[in-house]
Design a protein around this ligand. Structure first.
Ligand code: PLP
Length: 390
């Protein structure tokens, strides 16, 4: 059952337990099987008629995966969810659902790099793409073409964490019959439910906060029953990038603590953002939870909280300075990805791409941190020491 009546905490801890179905096991089992067998051929032919709701083959529906799909659909206040083998599998399936040759996609502001690469890849199938760094609504309206079929966005955006007005964009899109897709990985369903603002498809990289333990790679796609009825039989089953049962079980384990982890990420994130904002070596902090953020008011309307991923720009924005700060950090590990228990640091400045960064609206002195679940005073001390290297 997908219920919107239960609290996030209830959904994460107990929805789908079904003790009687699982012999009283307090944790549902991993159905580590590829196929399901039937008593007679008639039963199989019946199941074939409705593969979406039958246990037939794990590249369709699997009981362990299904429990987690129901939890995530309920958290996002959506009708249906399917889990994928990665965030990119969910993103590419979502985008392909609404497109054919001759169509156009408008993507707003800084979106995850491989998503842009995927949109560029689609050019060979006759699908064009425009990206705009300007999130103003007038500008978005101006860039819509007669063949625009999808508006793709992230809010907050990748690396510079700007917000996009979700309700307004979804109204603009609906008036023109355009579908909207959002990557909601940063906010998680705990802090933002884009379906309630009219967005058509929500995707998540569950490799980040939803899993939360940096031990799995996966994706989720949440949408209406109508859209899923198409997507399940096409982009989900035919491209086949589905989540295996063991990963789903790990994700179920991660989800149990999602609300309390997000609370902790938020508390530490806000403290660290305020510390950085007041540091003389820091020119700017990109984090919508700060009162000084130009997006603070919009954030209060559409977000109920803030996660622990942010970036800051060094006053001295040379590559040497960026490298020194990153190398001096001891508590923040150097690595890609984010949203796990561990604090991480990275910069999009690799020492040879400053011009490219500036063209993408990013300062060369930008450093991104993912604030984990460590002691926040120790993290601040670590940042304080490292910033002396600029
Ligand atoms: N969306 C965002 C915002 C990301 O940062 C990432 C990965 O870093 C992805 C999507 C892709 O997810 P995955 O690595 O699970 O394919």
């Amino acid at each position: 059952m997908t219920s919107h009546l239960f609290s996030d905490e209830h959904i994460c801890t107990h929805q789908g337990d079904e003790y009687e179905r699982f012999h009283g096991a307090v944790v549902p089992p991993i159905y580590q099987n590829s196929l399901f067998v039937f008593k007679d051929f008639d039963q199989l032919t019946e199941a074939m008629k409705d593969e979406q709701n039958s246990y037939l083959y794990t590249r369709g529906t699997n009981p362990t995966v299904e429990i987690v799909e129901k939890k995530i659909a309920a958290l996002e206040k959506g009708e249906k969810c399917k889990l994928f083998s990665s965030g990119m599998a969910a993103i590419s399936s979502a985008i392909l659902t609404f497109l054919k040759a001759g169509d156009h996609v408008l993507s707003i502001s800084n979106i995850y790099g491989p998503t842009t690469k995927f949109l560029t890849y689609l050019e060979k199938f006759g699908i064009s793409h425009t990206n705009t760094l300007n999130t103003e609504l007038d500008n978005i309206e101006l860039l819509i073409q007669p063949n625009t079929k999808v508006i793709y966005l992230e809010s907050p955006t990748t690396m510079n964490f700007k917000l996009v007005d979700l309700k307004a964009v979804s109204i603009i899109a609906k008036q023109r019959g355009i579908k909207t897709i959002i990557d909601n990985t940063w906010a998680t369903p705990i802090f933002q439910n884009p379906i309630t603002y009219g967005i058509d498809i929500i995707i998540h990289s569950v490799s980040k906060y939803l899993g939360g333990h940096s031990d799995l790679v996966g994706g989720a796609l949440i949408t209406s029953k109508e859209t899923m009825d198409h997507l399940f039989y096409h982009e989900y089953q035919l491209l086949g990038g589905v989540m295996p049962p063991y990963e789903a079980w790990l994700l179920m384990r991660g989800l149990r603590t999602l609300p309390i982890r997000m609370k902790a990420h938020q508390e530490s994130g806000l403290r660290i953002a305020s510390f950085l904002e007041n540091h003389p070596s820091v020119k700017k902090v990109n984090y919508p939870g700060l009162k000084s953020s130009p997006d603070y008011e919009l954030g209060k309307q559409q977000l109920t909280g803030y996660s622990g991923l942010m970036s800051f720009e060094l006053a001295n924005n040379s590559f040497g300075s960026v490298r020194n700060v990153i190398n001096r950090l001891k508590q923040f590990q150097i690595g890609v990805s984010w949203g796990g228990f561990e604090s991480l640091v990275i910069s999009p400045n690799y020492g040879y791409n400053s011009e490219q960064l500036l063209n993408s609206g990013m300062d060369p002195g930008l450093i991104r941190i993912s604030v984990g679940l460590e002691n926040v005073d120790e993290l601040i001390e670590d940042l304080h020491a490292a910033l002396q290297a600029t």
